[in-house]
Design a protein around this ligand. Structure first.
Ligand code: ZN
Length: 327
């Protein structure tokens, strides 16, 4: 008596542990992705700064080039007037006025030269400073980008690996399809799925149904597994499903085909992953299957919404959750 529940527990515990790890890894990946978006914005700001720095650098260089020519001319001029530059010429005879004028010119030239040389030095050092700032920014950005990518890749691999491990463990264990589906469907995915607009929920936030190709939001799927199992016990087969989660693209397609019947795209509960359209008899109001569902679906959180009895009449349409969850 004590052994049996203990054995059952030992069987599901490693799965629970794996599932927790997989959920944890997914959460980390989502967090890291969010952080990366923040850092990408920082990086973009840094790149902007780099662009401004490079522009300043260009200006400093242009300015340097602009004064290089007069600087060279000045150097040339004083070089070509050795007489004027030396004091000997002033006292060496000739017109005194000429000599004074020459001296004044030389002083003027010398002052101009000093100013230009000083400016050239300033520009040169500013250019060096800007250039090293630009290099710093460039290499920092490159390093940061690589690091971020590695971090994300690592987390993604970890998440993928854990999901694979979980699936492999579930497959190895000799448990039934329904139990496997149930264990593989993480209820906390429902909260993630709700964050997406109607019809735009990524597949990874939905859970597969036993009916091939059909999916629902986690909470609706977990209820559906139980409802389906009860139906199977009663009718000897799985429920017949024609439609479950419907992407926005499919909502558009269905709406185009049957505008009077399908909900306006973007408003359907199919787009939230909490509605199914059933067949196998359920589509006929008053059938054995319809009546059974009407009596039992509520135990598993499912219901036939009031509107679907008449407006429009859709006996096949069933929804998960309460009426106030509807839009
Ligand atoms: Zn429907």
């Amino acid at each position: 008596m004590i052994l049996a529940p203990g054995a059952a527990r030992a069987e599901s515990d490693p799965i629970e542990a794996l599932r927790r790890q997989a959920t944890e890894a997914r959460t980390q990946l989502e967090k890291a992705t969010k952080q990366m978006e923040g850092r990408k914005r920082d990086l973009a700001r840094s790149q902007d700064k780099l662009r401004v720095t490079l522009k300043d650098l260009g200006k400093a260089e242009a300015e340097l080039n602009r004064i290089r020519e007069p600087l060279a001319r000045l150097a040339n001029a004083s070089y070509q007037q050795p007489g004027a530059a030396g004091s000997m010429a002033i006292f060496g005879g000739g017109d005194l006025n000429d000599a004074l004028r020459a001296t004044a010119d030389v002083t003027h030239l010398a002052n101009g030269q000093d100013a230009l040389v000083k400016k050239a030095d300033e520009l040169q050092s500013r250019r060096q400073q800007l250039s090293s700032t630009a290099q710093d920014l460039q290499s920092k950005n490159a390093v940061e980008q690589t690091r971020l990518q590695q971090e994300i890749d690592g987390l993604r691999n970890k998440s993928t690996q854990l999901t694979k491990d979980l699936t492999a463990t579930l497959n190895r264990m000799s448990i039934g399809r329904d139990r496997r589906l149930e264990l593989g469907c993480d209820k906390s995915l429902a909260a993630n799925a709700r964050k997406f607009p109607n019809g735009l929920i990524p597949s990874k936030y939905l859970c597969p149904l036993p009916q091939k190709g059909e999916q629902l939001r986690a909470d609706a799927a977990l209820g559906f597994y139980k409802l389906n199992a009860a139906y199977k016990r009663r009718f000897g087969r799985d429920m017949c499903v024609t439609d479950s989660y419907r992407s926005l693209a499919n909502q558009n397609r269905v709406y185009a085909q049957r505008p009077g019947f399908a909900a306006v795209p973007g408003t359907s509960n199919h787009g939230k992953g909490q509605a199914v359209d059933l067949c196998g008899g359920v589509q006929n109001s008053g059938s054995l299957q319809f009546n059974w569902l009407e009596a039992n679906a509520g135990k598993y959180g499912w219901r036939h919404p009031a509107w679907a009895y008449s407006n429009p009449f859709e006996p096949w349409h069933w929804e998960y959750g309460t009426e106030d969850e509807d839009d």
